[in-house]
Ligand binder design. Sequence first.
Ligand SMILES: [Zn+2]
Length: 107
Amino acid sequence: MQYRIRENSFVAKIAAKKLRCRQVALVLGKTIHLYNTTREEFLANPEWLMHELEHVRQFRQYGFAGFIVRYLVETLRKGYWNNRFEVEARAAERLPVNRSATALVQS
Ligand SMILES: [Zn+2]
C-alpha cells in the first residue's frame, strides 16, 4: 500500500481551524495531509501513523468518492467518534507498524 505525505497542507489547515486542533493529519486518497507537524514527527508516532494508514486503506477499499460519501453519512448518523471508519482507525492504532506492507512515496 503506497501513500504520500504533504506537509503544510491547506486542506489540513482548514480542518485544524474548524476542529480547533493545533495539529492535524487528514487523509485524501493516498495522501496524508499534515498541518503544524512535520513528516518526521508524524512518522515517529506509530499510533498516529497506523491510524492514518487505516484511512488510506479505507479509501482504497471503497474508492475516493465512495469512501467520502460513506464517511460523511456515518459522521452525520453517529458523529465523529462513533463513525465506524474512526472506530476501525482507532483499533489500527494498536497494531504494530508494518513498514514492509506500506511504502512512503516521496513527492
Ligand atoms: Zn481518523
